[in-house]
Structure formats: structure tokens, C-alpha cells
Ligand binder design. Structure first.
Ligand SMILES: Cc1cc2nc3c(=O)[nH]c(=O)nc-3n(C[C@H](O)[C@H](O)[C@H](O)COP(=O)(O)OP(=O)(O)OC[C@H]3O[C@@H](n4cnc5c(N)ncnc54)[C@H](O)[C@@H]3O)c2cc1C
Length: 576
């Protein structure tokens, strides 16, 4: 429910500080699981300045489970619009490179016809969905508003909290207080201010999650530092409406334009039907973002003036930073509070949403009493390496893009030398396609060495930014496939663990079911008879975790099913 006024309750199982994309997604995941939570968001409404435009296929797979995927698609670029990305000198100069993805409608039609133009179209029900972050948040907020377990509050700020532990994981008396479920203290105490009245209330929570963005109060209070590369570049983001702009250049619709000329370098994102844009202009060192005149900046890149109506102007800085820890006792970090990205590649929000999905079921397990002592710690052991991997990939995309933004008028010069220069540049620009086509990054991540995954000894496929290898190796994403009745296999997975039984004559899984039941671990059995599923999943029995990751697989029932179940719930570790 969405609430502004009214007193808070004295206790919530989970308090989420920050109600942006990640806080909303965590609230949705918890609410969908029936777990009560409070979300406090200091803004009085959603941030209307669009930042992310690329909703990853993985994120859409989670949203599909909540039934909001088509609302997100509809809220974005029209589904019949081509998805073109253009590298240009300026909007009045040359096209230097282009990548074209099929419109969403075409993708659906080719799937129904069983005709995939490329492997990439078969890896997920979605490619990239181009919907502004403000629109995405509005759809998720609407979903959250219908979830009785969620108490979402605009206009409330987390001031501080106490759980008796410091950043090194020790309690005030120097003893390690962590028994796995959060430490000797039963709760964390949060002081929360109602900004309209200045009233401060105190609530206790079993767990606190800081989804409070790059300046995270929660991270700062925990004393957690960020590692990596700070301040790759500073930008000013101009959000404006200019219906006539498309008529003043010759490129037609583009989802993103990358002007490379050093005087105009940055990127221009198109929203709606080619009338509204954000121009992210890279600032020179020491340049003040407030000194930028939006109308002049747009006229400069376009080569002539155009009428613009400015909606908002915001500065931002690209980083590649990851928190040293994602958890201290009962307090967790997720999203930008845990990692700060360069937006090149479109990974920041999407990585944060996957954090929320990893954490959601683990908090549920801890609250419902079926988590073992390693389960909550597995959150940072699984997600922090992905934070490092993805921030580094985004920084690599930034470095490659920035390297080709050093040129001036030679980009548009004529003559054989200029042609030769552009041909050479074209090779670099082809390399930039992973900015857009990044299924390997978005789908191919894996939780190598996780204490709650049972390895099966098979080798890992290469971790390549562009190419995803569908594989149900433990620690990887359960692969997507369409079933014979037209459903996605994900549509069959419940919110609990799913034991997928495949092949022509699989073993009887009842001993595994009994072991799960004895441990209190919620498990459903899903019989899938399609031969293609057996082929992709690579075993007769595959245990898919509540976050759609594979935890274990085998062709036979394990000798000690209880030991496997215990490892999946973080209660024991099998010898490798
Ligand atoms: C230009 C640009 C383009 C981008 N493009 C993409 C893209 O295409 N794809 C992608 O995945 N990512 C993209 N990103 C990154 C994405 O915007 C962020 O990663 C995402 O917003 C992180 O979400 P969050 O919820 O963690 O943090 P935020 O969106 O920062 O939300 C944090 C919220 O916490 C609130 N808050 C802070 N402190 C408190 C407190 N003490 N109490 C209560 N509330 C508090 C804030 O008001 C805010 O609403 C882009 C970013 C930029 C700048």
C-alpha cells in the first residue's frame, strides 16, 4: 500500500531505506512472497527525470513473474519502433556506425513462427526493453501499491539506525555477534523522520536494507568504503521536449545517438515517439554543469536552433565503484548503495534489481526459519563479485566510447585520407556494439564458489560480454525456453525452490522432496517432458532456486538428499 501520513508501526520484518528502482523491486519481491516490509522514500514522489532507458532481459524476466512485464513494454518506446543505435559525428554531420535490433513486436512474431533470426532472440523472452526509469518505477510502484504486505511511504527519511555492530562485523563488546541470521541483536532500530511535519519515529526491524542510492546513509553509517575507479567523467543531463528535432536531422529515429565530436560528446536518448529526449553531455574538466545553456547545447549538436521545452536538468558522475561489504549483521546494501556505475551498457539499475531478487528469498528464509547460518552471508558472496564484474564491464564500455570522442571536424572531412580515417574508426565502433548487445553480461553471470551452490564438476562456459551460453550448470541462471504450449519455462516456476524433472525416464525425486520438507525448505516438483528442455538443462533433475538460479543438478538422486538441501539453504557445506 502507498501511504504518506499516519504513524508507522513499531516493528516491521524488513525496513527498506530508499524507494527508487531497487527499493521498489525489493519491496515487490518481498510483497510477492508475502513478507511484510516498510519502504521509506525521502522524495515526495518518483524521480521524474529519466536516467536508465534499458531494462535488461533479466530484469524483465523478474517483472514477468509479477505480471507487470507488458505494462513496462507498453510504457516505453512503441513496441513496433525499430531499435536503432547510431554513432554520429554530430546530428548535422555523418553517420559513422549503426546497430539495429528488431522491434519488440517483430521479436514476438518471429518467436510465434518458431523462427529466430539470431541465437540472442532465443536466450530470453526479451531483448532490451526501452522504457524510461521513471516509467518503470511508476509501473512497479503501481504493483507495490496493490500488495498488502508492503507499506510504502513517500516523504519519510531514514535518519540513522543502531544494531550494535560495526563494519568489521563485531558487536560493541568485540565478540562476533553473527549467528548467521543477523547477530546477537534481535532487531535493528531505525529513526525515521516524517519530512512534512519533522516528527521522528522509531521503528524496529528484523532486517534493514539500504537501497538509498549513491550517497547511501546506510553505507556511510556502517563505515563501508567503496573500491574501484571514481569519477570517470562528469555529465549534465538535459531532459527536454523538442517535437521538431527529428525533422531537422537526416538520421530518423534512433533509440540512442552517440555524438562523437569532442565539442558535443555524450549521448542522446529518445523517449516516447521522437518528441522527448535526454542529452547527456560530457563536461570538460572543471566545467560547471549550471553554466550549460540547454537550448544552446542542443542547437550546437543539431547545427541549428530548435524549439525546446526543458523539463529538468541534473548533473551526474560516472564511476566504477563497489562497496567493500554488502552486509553487516542485520543490515544490507543493494543497488547504487552497493555499487556505482558508468551508465554505458545500461547495467546499474539492472544489477541492483538482481541484488534485490537474490536478497528477497534469503530474507524470507531467515524470517520463516528455514535459513541456515550461511544463507544471509551468501548474498554478498554471490552479488559482490557480480557488482565488480559489471562495474568493470561498464567502465570498459565507457573507456572505449570516450576514446573515440577525442576527434573534431576531421570526422566529417572529405577526401581519401578522411575516408581511410573513418574506415579505421569504424573498426573501433564495431567493438562498441557490446554497449547495446550485452546478453553475456546480463544473462551469463554465475555464482562461482558460492557456499549455497552444489558444483557438478562441469566446466564453466566463457564469460563473454556479448555471448550468453544457455547452461544449467549450478550457479548459473536457469535457462529460458519456450514450452510446447507456448509458455516460458519460467511461467511454471513458483516463488519457492523448483525441482525440475526432465527426460524420458527420470529417477523418482521423492527422497529429495522428503528431505526438503524435513528441513522446512519450500519446494515444488515440476515435470517437463520437452526433449529440448532436457538437452539445455543437461540433467534429469535440476534444482532451481527461488531467484531462478540453478543450485544443484544430477541424473540421479543424491546419496544424502538432506545434505544437498542443507547446502542450498546455507546450513552445511558438502565436500567438493
Ligand atoms: C544517465 C544515466 C543513465 C542510466 N542508464 C541506465 C540504464 O540504461 N540501465 C540501467 O540499468 N541503469 C542505468 N543507470 C543507472 C541507474 O539509474 C541507477 O543504477 C539506479 O537508479 C539505481 O537505483 P537505486 O534504487 O539503487 O538508487 P536510486 O535510483 O538513487 O534511488 C535511491 C532512492 O533512495 C532515496 N533515499 C536516499 N537516502 C534516503 C534516506 N536516508 N531515506 C529515505 N530515502 C532515501 C532517494 O531519494 C532515491 O529515491 C543510468 C544512470 C544514469 C545517471
Amino acid at each position: 500500500m502507498i501511504n504518506i501520513e499516519g504513524p508507522l508501526r513499531t516493528h516491521y520484518p524488513v525496513v527498506i531505506a530508499g524507494g527508487g528502482s531497487v527499493g521498489l523491486s525489493l519491496a515487490a519481491e518481498l510483497g510477492w512472497r508475502g513478507i511484510e516490509c516498510l519502504v521509506v522514500e525521502e522524495r515526495t514522489g518518483l524521480n521524474q527525470h529519466p536516467r536508465a532507458n534499458a531494462v535488461a532481459s533479466r530484469t524483465m524476466e523478474y517483472y514477468r513473474r509479477w505480471g507487470i512485464d507488458s505494462a513496462i513494454t507498453k510504457a516505453g518506446i512503441p513496441p513496433d519502433a525499430p531499435a536503432d543505435y547510431l554513432w554520429v559525428s554530430t546530428l548535422h554531420g555523418r553517420e559513422l556506425h549503426r546497430i539495429s535490433l528488431p522491434p519488440f513486436d517483430e521479436l514476438v512474431a518471429s518467436r510465434i513462427a518458431g523462427d529466430y533470426a539470431e541465437d540472442e532472440h532465443a536466450w530470453s523472452p526479451y531483448l532490451k526493453t526501452i522504457t524510461g526509469q521513471n516509467e518503470v518505477e511508476a509501473v512497479v510502484l503501481n504493483y507495490v501499491g496493490g500488495l498488502a504486505p508492503v507499506d510504502y511511504r513517500f516523504g519519510w527519511r531514514l535518519l540513522d539506525f543502531s544494531d550494535g555492530e560495526s563494519a568489521d562485523g563485531e558487536s560493541a563488546d568485540g565478540e562476533s555477534a553473527d549467528d548467521g541470521t543477523g547477530g546477537a541483536n534481535e532487531t535493528v532500530t531505525c529513526r525515521i523522520e516524517h519530512l512534512g511535519s519533522g516528527r521522528v519515529e522509531t521503528v524496529s526491524a528484523s532486517y534493514l536494507v539500504g537501497c538509498d542510492g549513491g550517497r547511501s546513509t546506510v553505507r556511510r553509517q556502517l563505515g563501508i568504503d567503496l573500491d574501484g575507479r571514481a569519477a570517470l567523467a562528469s555529465f549534465v543531463s538535459l531532459y527536454f521536449r523538442a517535437p521538431d528535432l527529428i525533422n531537422k536531422h537526416s538520421f530518423g529515429h534512433g533509440n540512442i545517438f552517440f555524438p562523437l565530436h569532442r565539442d558535443n560528446r555524450g549521448f542522446i536518448l529518445t523517449w516516447d515517439d521522437d518528441a522527448t529526449y535526454t542529452y547527456h553531455l560530457i563536461l570538460e574538466e572543471g566545467q560547471d554543469w549550471e553554466s550549460i545553456d540547454p537550448a544552446k547545447a542542443v542547437a550546437d549538436v543539431l547545427g541549428e536552433p530548435v524549439d525546446i521545452e526543458v523539463h529538468s536538468v541534473q548533473p551526474w558522475t560516472a564511476h566504477a565503484l563497489v562497496a567493500e561489504k554488502y552486509r553487516v549483521g542485520r543490515v544490507f546494501l543493494a543497488g547504487d548503495a552497493a555499487h556505482l556505475f558508468s551508465p554505458t551498457g545500461g547495467f546499474g539499475m539492472n544489477t541492483g534489481v538482481s541484488d534485490a531478487i537474490d536478497l528477497g528469498w534469503k530474507l524470507q528464509a531467515a524470517l520463516q526459519g528455514w535459513a541456515g547460518p550461511d544463507l544471509l552471508d551468501s548474498y554478498q558472496l554471490e552479488r559482490r563479485p557480480i557488482g565488480i564484474r559489471n562495474t568493470e564491464e561498464a567502465a570498459d564500455c565507457f573507456d572505449r566510447l570516450y576514446a573515440v570522442m577525442q576527434y573534431g571536424d576531421e570526422l566529417d572531412a572529405t577526401g581519401p585520407d578522411a575516408d581511410a580515417f573513418r574506415a579505421e574508426l569504424g573498426v573501433d565502433l564495431k567493438d562498441q556494439e557490446k554497449l547495446i548487445s550485452s546478453s553475456g553480461t546480463l544473462l551469463g553471470y554465475r555464482y562461482e564458489g558460492s557456499p549455497i551452490v552444489v558444483p557438478d564438476g562441469t566446466p564453466a562456459p566463457p564469460d563473454d560480454a556479448r555471448t550468453y551460453v544457455p547452461v544449467a550448470r549450478p550457479g548459473h541462471r536457469a535457462p529460458h525456453l519456450w514450452l510446447d504450449d507456448g509458455a516460458a519455462i519460467y511461467d511454471r516456476f513458483g516463488p519457492c525452490f523448483n525441482l525440475v524433472v526432465l527426460g524420458e525416464s527420470p529417477p523418482d525425486p521423492s527422497q529429495i522432496v522428503a528431505a526438503a520438507s524435513a528441513a522446512g525448505l519450500p519446494l515444488e516438483v515440476l515435470r517437463v517432458t520437452e526433449p529440448a528442455a532436457r538437452e539445455i538443462y543437461g540433467a534429469d533433475l535440476v534444482l532451481v532456486r527461488p531467484d531462478l538460479m540453478v543450485g544443484w543438478r544430477s541424473d540421479s538422486v543424491p546419496a544424502d538428499p538432506a545434505a544437498v538441501i542443507d547446502q542450498l539453504r546455507g546450513a552445511a557445506h558438502l565436500p567438493n
